[in-house]
Design a protein around this ligand. Structure first.
Ligand code: HEC
Length: 124
């Protein structure tokens, strides 16, 4: 008993350490928030403390609920289409923003997908 709870504590610590040392591909939600506030907030509502933005730009909360696929979201940001301007974001910035946007989705997150291209079509 005591030893297994101690093992759990060690595991928990390892997980926290792994999170802190987040690998590049996972993106950094905090950096994403900074970028979003700097580059996206003029048009999008990007955080709870922001009341208004441009009417035809969806809030990032709305985007988070509709765009659940990280890959699609980053593809859009690599090559956005009008009226959304091309912000010339780096790959790293996009990973950070995508991680930030996904973190705004209040629903439980599905496990990270492993490069799966046979995506189920979404209806509705
Ligand atoms: C000049 C205004 C403007 C700025 C700045 C801007 N956007 Fe947009 N964005 C828009 C508009 C308008 C749309 C809606 C496009 C449409 O409906 O086709 C949009 C759409 C999007 C979408 C797709 C949402 C959907 O409906 O699925 C994403 C994601 C997005 N923007 C992310 C960003 C990010 C990230 C930034 C900052 C790096 C940013 N935008 C900066 C105007 C802007």
């Amino acid at each position: 008993m005591a030893s297994s709870s101690r093992a759990l504590a060690v595991l928990g610590f390892a997980a926290a350490a792994a999170l802190l040392a987040a690998p590049a591909i996972a993106g950094d939600a905090k950096k994403g928030a900074v970028i979003a506030k700097r580059w996206c907030a003029s048009c999008h509502v990007v955080s709870r403390d922001q009341a208004t933005a441009v009417a035809d730009a969806p809030s990032f909360y709305d985007v988070a609920q509709r765009r659940t696929d990280r890959k699609q979201l980053s593809n859009f940001l690599v090559d956005p289409h009008p009226p959304m301007p091309d912000m010339h974001l780096s790959r790293r910035e996009i990973d950070d923003i995508v991680t930030y946007i996904r973190s705004l989705d209040p629903r439980p997150q599905p496990p990270e997908e492993k490069d799966k291209d046979d995506e189920q079509p979404r209806r509705g």
